[in-house]
Design a protein around this ligand. Structure first.
Ligand SMILES: [Zn+2]
Ligand SMILES: [Zn+2]
Length: 276
């Protein structure tokens, strides 16, 4: 497969410290160096929803050691950032903070993987016996709740429900901005007000749905209402999709009108020119 050479920071990379991923952090550093990546923002799933596949899978000491080793391997050749991806932080944040000191991480990513009473929106079962659009509407309402209250730096993969819809063989090529313009606009205004970055997640480009999360239309609205903090993340979990879609993500950001991306170090945003 084509391996492009790209000078970007991939802000969503899972290591074998996540139960659903299998590449060691130091191996990802080696691959990042080959691909001329400027940096890797590592994340590990922190899921306290018992229904989640990754429930209870976070082993902090092991993860820290693995990122430390990766940092040594990287030296100053590639920027290594340590983050966590917290599932439904508006529900579980208190519990998570009892276990984890956020100040030990460069960034905290907030993700909606499941909806209470419905289940995992990234799988097909959430849509069985339900009105799919109703589930999607609930997903956006839940996302709004999350960004209103959670202590997060990045909003992860907004639109991940498309993966579940595509797996279930359901229609997924609708434009949600036409269906729920107010809710989506409020989400974007809220993240702008709270300095939460919007992640452009490219993992949908390698799946049936062949689209980024969020969609180009939502990314465009975010830009037009003054949003500036964007990250790009491949959501790498395993081969053969390591760092997949970064080039296309970069092109989409440029086309939309962004000139910079952000990364987080010690939970402070740093800006980086797209064209370098
Ligand atoms: Zn996720
Ligand atoms: Zn992830």
């Amino acid at each position: 497969m084509k391996r492009e050479v790209i000078s970007m920071i991939d802000m969503h990379v899972h290591t074998d410290d996540s139960p659903d991923a299998d590449i060691p952090a130091s191996e990802l550093v080696a691959q990042g160096l080959k691909r001329n990546l400027a940096g890797i923002g590592f994340v590990a799933h922190v899921d306290l929803d018992p229904e989640d596949y990754c429930y209870g899978g976070f082993k902090e000491t092991v993860y820290n050691q693995s990122i430390e080793l990766a940092g040594k391997k990287a030296g100053n050749r590639i920027l290594i950032l340590k983050g966590i991806e917290v599932g439904e932080p508006h529900i579980y944040e208190k519990q998570v903070k009892n276990l984890i000191d956020y100040s030990n991480y460069d960034f905290i990513t907030g993700a909606i993987h499941s909806l209470s009473g419905i289940g995992m929106v990234l799988g097909e079962s959430a849509y069985e016996g339900a009105d799919p659009l109703n589930v999607v509407e609930m997903y956006y309402l839940e996302t709004l709740k999350m960004v209103e209250v959670s202590d997060i730096d990045i909003l992860a993969h907004m639109g991940l429900f498309r993966r579940g819809l595509a797996l279930a063989g359901l229609k997924h090529d609708f434009n949600e901005l036409e269906l729920w313009p107010d809710t989506i606009r409020r989400i974007l205004e809220t993240i702008i007000d709270r300095n939460i970055a919007l992640e452009l997640n490219t993992s949908g480009l390698r799946r049936k749905e062949k689209i980024t999360y969020p969609t180009p239309q939502i990314l465009d609205l975010y830009c037009r209402i003054g949003g500036e903090l964007v990250t790009v993340g491949s959501d790498t979990h395993r081969e053969p999709h390591v760092f997949f879609g970064l080039e296309e993500g970069k092109r989409l950001l440029e086309e939309t009108g962004f000139t910079k991306t952000v990364f987080f170090r010690d939970r402070m945003p740093g800006r980086r020119d797209l064209l370098q």
